[in-house]
Design a protein around this ligand. Structure first.
Ligand code: PPS
Ligand code: ADP
Length: 273
């Protein structure tokens, strides 16, 4: 692994300098790259590059081969185009959002879907609301504005991952239509696939593995989705996984739910070989 730290040279001519860490001598390997540009921008990426390319860039022409100026002083990076990346991966960018109430089975289905896509050779990443709230979104609570911001940030991360050719599965409650619409608007048409996990509240509440519904019913958690905060079912979405409560049996199995999503993807040309 090689770390490349970008340093602005005093004359403004150099872009980055190469600092190597680790002793792997292979000429091509994964590298973590941190570019810090003159305008205060930072970009971090993980990519493949040949060692011979890792040299300080000093010439103006070299800089221009990487950065284009949009005329307003905002640099635009000339990376590998999405189409070129997809030639390698041979699949369109896509991003799912799988939403429903707490304990409806979002994470479980997201994992089943990820496994199923993996077995078809696809690269996926799960963005799970509950987990991301421990890191990237740990400053956010459950007020409507915080939920919007949570979903917006996750949408932006999904967009970056999709741009890198990774199928992103976002698993969130995402209770408000306007936030889902805003997230859809972030991605190119057809790249956002909305999956609604339609599970009766009673089923989620009966599961309640963390005891949160109990606390919400007792008034000890305020603004809990489905109890004293609304969940707006989607007006329209690509896939509905309807989980009816049936006597003596539980809902559709997570694998069957994942297979429904896979057949949608196959039918709509997302999983071409
Ligand atoms: N007030 C309130 N309302 C709803 N959910 C709550 C609340 N407080 C904590 N939790 C737990 O947080 C998880 C939901 O986080 P999300 O990021 O998916 O929510 S949202 O999309 O921003 O609405 C959700 O986890 P999941 O069960 O994975 O959905 C809950 O367990
Ligand atoms: N299809 C299913 N049938 C029965 N139990 C399920 C199913 N899907 C999930 N569960 C269980 O429900 C609980 C909540 O599931 P989870 O995937 O964590 O939901 P969410 O991410 O929506 O909170 C877990 O205990 C899980 O094992």
């Amino acid at each position: 692994m090689c770390f490349v730290q970008a340093l602005c040279s005093p004359c403004g001519g150099g872009i980055f300098q190469n600092i190597e860490c680790g002793g792997n001598s292979a000429s091509e390997k994964l590298r973590f790259v941190n570019f810090q540009f003159h305008h205060g921008f930072n970009a971090v990426g993980l990519g493949r590059c040949r060692k011979s390319l890792l040299k300080p860039i000093t010439a103006k022409e070299d800089r221009e081969s990487i950065i284009a100026d949009d005329g307003n002083g905002v640099p635009k990076y000339k990376g590998i185009s999405v189409n070129k990346r997809n030639c390698v991966k041979n699949e369109p960018d896509s991003s799912f959002t799988n939403h429903s109430a707490a304990f409806s089975g979002k994470s479980t289905i997201a994992c089943a879907l990820s496994r199923s896509l993996h077995s078809r050779g696809k690269l996926t990443y799960i963005l799970d609301g509950d987990n991301i709230r421990h890191g990237l979104n740990r400053d956010l609570g459950f007020k409507a504005e915080d939920r919007s911001e949570n979903i917006r940030r996750i949408g932006e991360v999904a967009k970056l991952l999709a741009d890198a050719g990774i199928i992103c599965i976002a698993s969130l409650i995402s209770p408000y239509q306007k936030d889902r619409d805003a997230c859809r608007a972030l991605l190119p048409k057809g790249d956002f696939i909305e999956v609604f996990l339609d599970v009766p509240l009673a089923v989620c509440e009966a599961r309640d593995p963390k005891g949160l519904y109990k606390l919400a019913r007792a008034g000890m958690i305020k603004g809990f989705t489905g109890i004293d905060d609304p969940y707006e079912p989607p007006c329209s979405c690509e896939i509905v996984l309807k989980q009816q409560q049936q006597k003596g049996s539980d809902c559709m199995s997570p694998n069957n739910a994942a297979e429904k999503v896979i057949s949608y993807l196959e039918k709509n040309g997302y999983l071409r070989a």
